[in-house]
Design a binder for this molecule. Structure first.
Ligand code: BG6
Length: 452
């Protein structure tokens, strides 16, 4: 017998709740996938048309929807929450912190002390960004662990809810053919790009405080990297999978603050300051070169880049294999292009393998590049759909464990410190692929950025 469930959404009138959480809860309810869900509480300062908004989803959600006025920072407000919890004996309580990050700690503290006298099963879901730097992430973990066990904590990274990202693990570990070539002997470099066309889009106050490194690299890009680079887990079990990701993050070569410029480049699109209406030292673009110092990956560069206001929205991983030996190129009169394996996450969801074939003129002429493609869409679930179902089921495989969250900060920490020392940020044209410094970062290694 499973317990009934009540969701409490802190930031229940906010942007994330409206754009993602309510639509997904409503869809899951309609599909009969959340039979245990008895109540969804929106916690917020004022009811602000939220009920009208919920009405648009129809009866399923409306029937279980309640509004609870609460200012997260006011301790006395939590009495109302406690009264509500009293009316929910034996109910599993899921607290979802969809709040501006500066309110996380207060919410955890107040919520934690409110929950002390209750014995209901509980879970807490914490949205990104998880902290602002290594120290604040540690503090956040410390606060969480005062009131919740690790099994009750779900640190969200919505990229892990994306089916084409989960597919990286399936492709790697459900096929025999990849394991033997997935290493430094066959792979020349790996490129992870998350390019966006959008700019601030009404999130200026959040984004300007955070910047591209914290917003995208510390979490999403390092998570993709972990999936691409990890060893096969002993079991497809939440702890074993996360153990392997932790091993990858621990093996990423650390660099000191004085070495950062050799590995990291930032940029800001022209017009950012005008759009923001004030001075700023925030980057809207990052390119990085990382190395994983273990037996599998030693010497293979992982190039990561992300930015706003770029030419197109593309999220993809390109695995670039080594070139064939040069003497073979001499026979053909040209160098065959390297094989490439593409995991496309956006705009499409597909995998594609690029290889060289004999041209119509015959096999002794320059080969041509051909590809084989498998389209994973349509009908893939939305990232939040998968993640909310997993939270309800209690499956933590796709959530960030405490050690992972801190290791990921450890990797970006010297970059944060280096960039805090200097005001000047290279600019790039909106609609481009970022600053020329990012091209130099990879070109000085004799390589170039590849988009497929
Ligand atoms: C979010 C970032 O986590 O991810 C945003 O805060 C970014 O700045 C977004 O736009 C990108 O996610 P997606 O799913 O649209 O690729």
């Amino acid at each position: 017998m499973t317990n009934p469930i009540a969701f409490f959404i802190f930031g229940g009138t906010g942007d994330l709740a409206r754009r993602k959480l309510y639509p997904v809860l409503s869809k899951l309810l309609k599909e009969g996938k959340l039979k245990e869900l008895k109540a969804v509480y929106a916690l917020g300062r004022s009811e602000e048309k939220i009920r009208d908004y919920i009405t648009r989803f129809g009866d399923n959600l409306l029937k279980v929807f309640r509004f609870l006025p609460l200012d997260v920072s006011k301790k006395e407000n939590y009495r109302k929450l406690a009264r509500e919890i009293e009316s929910l004996p034996d109910t599993e309580l899921i607290f979802y912190l969809a709040l501006p990050p500066q309110l996380f700690e207060q919410a955890i503290l107040n919520l934690g002390s409110t929950l002390r006298r209750f014995s209901n099963p509980r879970k807490i879901v914490v949205e990104k960004p998880f902290g602002f730097d290594l120290e604040s992430a540690k503090r956040l973990n410390f606060q969480l662990k005062r009131y919740f066990t690790e099994k009750e904590i779900y640190r969200i990274d919505h990229f892990l809810g994306k089916a084409p990202i989960q597919n990286i693990l399936s492709v790697r570990f459900s096929n025999y053919i990849f394991e033997g070539i997935w290493n430094k002997n066959f792979i020349d470099n790996i490129q992870i790009s998350a390019l966006e066309e959008i700019g601030l889009e009404g999130r200026a106050s959040y984004y300007d405080r955070v910047g591209a490194l914290r917003d995208m690299v510390q979490n999403h890009l390092l998570q993709i990297l972990s999936f691409i680079a990890m060893e096969p887990p002993a079991l497809m079990d939440p702890e074993r999978v996360r153990d392997e990701k932790v091993k990858v993050l621990s093996s990423i070569r650390r660099f000191s603050v004085s070495e950062v410029d050799r590995y990291a480049v930032r940029g800001r699109y022209r017009g950012y300051i005008e759009e923001l209406g004030r001075e700023s030292r925030t980057e809207t673009f990052v390119a990085l070169k990382l190395f994983i110092d273990n037996f599998r990956w030693e010497g293979v560069p992982f190039y990561l880049r992300t930015g706003k206001r770029l030419k197109e929205k593309i999220t993809q991983v390109v695995v670039v294999f080594k070139e064939v030996p040069g003497n073979f190129g001499r026979i053909l009169g040209c160098m065959p292009a390297s094989n490439k394996f593409l995991f496309e996450i956006a705009p499409g969801s597909r995998v594609r393998f690029f290889f060289e074939m004999a041209p119509p003129e015959g096999f002794l002429a320059c080969p041509v590049e051909r590809s084989m493609e498998i389209d994973l869409s349509p009908n893939l679930p939305e990232a939040y759909e998968t993640l909310i179902e997993d939270i309800v089921k209690g499956d933590q495989t796709l959530f960030i464990r405490e050690d992972e969250s801190e290791l990921a900060w450890e990797i970006v920490q010297p970059i944060l410190e280096r960039w805090a020392q200097e005001d000047s940020i290279p600019e790039y044209e909106p609609g481009s692929y970022g600053p020329k410094e990012a091209d130099k970062l990879i070109e000085s290694d004799g390589r170039r950025w590849i988009l497929l």
